[in-house]
Design a protein around this ligand. Structure first.
Ligand SMILES: N[C@@H](CCC(=O)N[C@@H](CS)C(=O)NCC(=O)O)C(=O)O
Length: 267
């Protein structure tokens, strides 16, 4: 039996749910509401000492780290395989995934919390907000969270984080110009890993970055991913329309201020 501790909006949870659904597996869902601080619940921390989602429990064994979870799922449930069979193909997939883990994933909460849920979190009583920030174990992540909540897109960390997204979008555009998928001949682990981050930009109303005019290959790839039945089950089924609406309206409001930071032709 598979049990997944996850949160609807979390990028790492989305990428694991995509793999679970692509493989046609069933899981028992335990939602951990990150905005309510449930990742800091001592019972959950016993499963995941880094206070993060997702956590997979398979027949009583605990698995953490979304990239390793996806690789485990691909090994434990090999049909259909989500990695190429050849070594060079696997290297290419692993390269995308390493880049996401090392740079895109740390950039995601900077962009997200500077924009989407910022107002809602600022409305919480200060002691509640502070207690949730104080519980983040990594001191750098803690400081960054405070900074983006205080300063929004004017926070010193913001432009650099956005630029990590733009660099990867440009590299995806080059790769997808000659291949329908990032994982070889079919949808696979690299596609599942990148999708939640591209979707995050869409949820924050940064659609112009993903348009056919701006990045046609990425736009077609996004359409292809969304057309997969697994996408509906892994992402849409968990999406709370009111939360997406809140994120999108915040994004639209900030876009005029944000747009200059997205221009790649400006030094
Ligand atoms: N390296 C971890 C990172 C997990 C992670 O950062 N999860 C985020 C959601 S995508 C989280 O739980 N954040 C907790 C928080 O915001 O306090 C993994 O890939 O599983």
């Amino acid at each position: 039996m598979l049990e997944l501790y996850h949160f609807a909006f979390s990028t790492c949870s989305q990428k694991v749910r995509l793999v679970i659904e692509e493989k046609g597996l069933e899981f028992v869902s335990h939602e951990v509401n990150l905005l309510a601080g449930e990742q800091h619940d001592p019972a959950y921390v016993k499963l995941n000492p880094r206070h993060v989602v997702p956590t997979l429990v398979h027949d009583g064994r605990v698995f953490v780290e979304s990239t390793l979870i996806n690789q485990y799922l691909d090994d434990a449930f090999p049909d259909p395989p989500l990695r190429p069979a050849d070594a060079a193909g696997r290297y290419a997939v692993d390269s995308w995934i390493k880049r996401v883990d090392e740079s895109l994933h740390p950039a995601a909460p900077v962009v997200t919390f500077a924009m989407g849920p910022r107002d809602a979190l600022l409305e919480l009583p200060e002691e509640v907000r502070e207690a949730n920030i104080e519980a983040i174990p990594d001191p750098r992540a803690r400081a960054t969270r405070r900074s983006v909540l205080a300063h929004g897109i004017a926070a010193p960390e913001f432009a650099g984080a956005l630029s990590v997204f733009l660099d990867i979008l440009d590299d995806m555009e080059s790769a997808l110009a000659s291949s329908a998928w990032l994982s070889g001949d079919g949808f696979g682990l690299a596609d599942a890993t990148l999708l939640p981050y591209v979707l995050r930009l869409e949820h924050l109303a940064m659609d112009p970055l993903l348009s056919r005019d701006a990045r046609p290959a990425v736009a077609s790839w996004l359409e292809r991913v969304k057309a997969r039945p697994a996408y509906d089950r892994a992402v849409e089924a968990w999406a709370a329309p009111a939360a997406i609406e809140m994120m999108r309206s915040k994004g639209k409001e900030l876009w005029p201020e944000l747009e200059p930071l997205t221009r790649r032709d400006v030094a």
